[in-house]
Design a protein around this ligand. Structure first.
Ligand code: IPE
Ligand code: IPE
Ligand code: MG
Length: 246
């Protein structure tokens, strides 16, 4: 990215480098309009591009979005199938735009349970954008924080069994190397839309010291302006990480 691409006037001093968003409220947004839940998911998907494109304006280098949780399989077959087809269409449709914008796209979550065609599209999008650096967009799809830690622990245990890792050397620095997010910094700010004040199994390990914003806006109504004001509010927070400032 060239510095001319962003408008430096909007960059928030001390703003968040990594923002993670729990994009919630699509179903309620549709219900309020007397439409099926999938209508809300389509409207929600359309918001993503604007938020991605706003990142450089606010100095955000990493954006991680929660698209589908390991618990979302409990929904009706119609909704799950509709979401999976939306993800396939979304990736096909957005690959070019995201590439041209300079977004590097990664997926986190367990791909094993996902449809092979979808996984192929995910891999292709990752490859097509692998050289980009303007914004790191990570999409959490079939992601659960507990599932991620369990999968990480399984791989760690395999390395111990294979003699590659000494159990005495396992510390706070070791486990994150096995997480899906191993290349990403921890999120500074986690935003959840739709008024729910819970994290629903999102980035459990990584958000240990994140700042949280729970806002009432339903995800399909979330705007660049609101994103900007949340980034600005973050700039005013005093993050102490357990220490006392002298
Ligand atoms: C978030 O919106 C999107 C997904 C979980 C896939 P919801 O579908 O949870 O919307 P609400 O919470 O029912 O309004
Ligand atoms: C969290 O939202 C998951 C995503 C946004 C993808 P949910 O709507 O699934 O969370 P709960 O069920 O309200 O906790
Ligand atoms: Mg919800």
């Amino acid at each position: 990215m060239s510095s001319a691409d962003a408008s430096p006037s909007q960059i928030v001093p001390g703003g968040p480098r990594h923002v993670a968003i729990i994009m919630d409220g699509n179903g309620r947004w549709a219900t309020q309009r007397g439409r099926p839940r999938l209508f809300g998911h389509h409207a929600g998907a359309k918001r993503v591009r604007e938020v991605v494109e706003a990142c450089p304006d606010f100095g955000v280098e990493y954006l991680t979005i929660f698209a589908f949780s390991t618990e979302n399989w409990k929904r009706t077959q119609v909704e799950v199938a509709g979401l999976m087809s939306l993800f396939r269409r979304y990736i096909s449709k957005e690959t070019r735009g995201l590439s041209e914008f300079g977004a590097r796209v990664r997926f986190i979550g367990d791909r094993v349970r996902l449809d092979k065609k979808l996984v192929k599209l995910m891999n292709e999008l990752e490859e097509a954008t692998a050289h980009n650096t303007r914004v790191h967009l990570t999409i959490a799809l079939n992601y659960g924080g507990r599932d991620e830690v369990a999968r990480a622990t399984q791989r760690l245990a395999q390395d111990v069994a294979a003699g590659l890792l000494n159990p005495d050397d396992v510390d706070e620095e070791t486990l994150p190397k096995y997480l899906d997010t191993y290349v990403l910094p921890d999120p500074d700010l986690v935003i959840r839309t739709s008024g729910e004040a819970r994290i629903s199994n999102f980035l459990l390990w990584q958000s240990a010291y994140a700042e949280y914003e729970f806002i009432d806006t339903l995800w399909p109504d979330f705007s660049k302006e609101e994103f900007g004001s949340l980034c600005a509010a973050y700039g005013g927070r005093d993050r102490r990480f357990g220490a006392v400032k002298t």
